[in-house]
Write a protein that binds this ligand. Structure first.
Ligand code: NI
Length: 275
């Protein structure tokens, strides 16, 4: 037995690798376009490292933001910023790892600001979660009418009820790509490959002025088994982020609330939009 040290330990990287492999598998299982884009990038020789992942949850005991952050903190992550989304009634925190593992962005819905019915539904879902929600111990989807009732109050709550605690998106680190000059060049290529991009507030959110430019696909539309029937609903999306150096030369490490606010909407149902 050796005493733990402050140095990065090999066991930590094995645990981190396993955790991200699991998160990717759960995510890719409902996001076929992400796996396709990753394969297309690989054909061009791009390793497409992840800039960050995002998790969504309810602010309830056992599954709230702090509960989901704990395993990451135990593996060496440090908090880098707090964010609030007033209209969507979310709070969020970001985390980075000194060894360059993907940043982690965790948001939680402030359930007390919604109806008693939504709160009751959320508590019922949370009660089903096992001790390890990041490793697939998630709740079963509710009945489709319950999902629709949630959606009337919050697209975020409806998405979360259906898909549970899993990565809501993975994000390609565009600044680490070899064959694309910038995010605009990558977007042009993605559209040429047939992928639709979220254009709410413009295709590119942010830019050099805030040290972070982001775009994303629309969420895939997949057939999903609700408690009572199957229905086609938006699942997850793939995001693309280009970070820019700050005055000190280091890449910006945080997140931009206004941009994230529109990226969240990549999982919205879209009335007459073509998918
Ligand atoms: Ni993101």
């Amino acid at each position: 037995m050796t005493a733990p040290t402050d140095d990065a330990r090999p066991a930590d990287t094995a645990a981190l690798d396993a955790l991200f492999e699991r998160l990717w598998a759960d995510y890719a299982a409902v996001t076929p376009s992400a796996a396709r884009i990753q394969a297309l990038l690989a054909e061009r020789g791009e390793a497409a490292p992840a800039d960050h992942i995002a998790l969504r949850t309810f602010d309830l005991p056992g599954i709230g933001l702090d509960a989901l952050a704990a395993p990451f903190l135990a593996l060496g992550y440090v908090a880098t910023g707090d964010y609030t989304f007033a209209v969507k009634r979310l709070r969020a925190r970001s985390y980075s790892h000194p060894l360059g593992y993907p940043r982690v962005f965790i948001s939680e819905l402030i359930t007390a600001e919604f109806s008693e019915r939504l709160q009751r539904t959320a508590r019922g879902l949370a009660a089903q979660v096992g001790a390890d929600p990041l490793r697939g111990q998630r709740w079963d989807p509710p009945a489709h009418r319950v999902y629709e009732a949630l959606r009337a109050e919050s697209e975020y709550a409806a998405w979360l009820s259906a898909f549970g605690i899993r990565a809501n998106h993975f994000t390609v680190a565009v600044h680490a790509l070899q064959g694309f000059a910038d995010l605009a060049a990558l977007n042009t290529w993605l559209v040429a490959q047939g992928f639709g991009l979220n254009d709410r507030g413009g295709v590119i959110k942010g830019g050099p002025q805030v040290h972070l430019a982001q775009s994303s696909t629309w969420a895939d539309q997949i057939e999903w088994a609700f408690a009572d029937k199957a229905a086609t609903v938006p699942s997850c999306y793939y995001e693309f982020a280009q970070r820019f150096p700050q005055a000190d030369g280091a890449l910006y490490d945080g997140f931009v609330t206004d941009s994230a606010d529109r990226i969240f909407e990549s999982t919205d149902h879209r009335g007459g939009d073509k998918t």
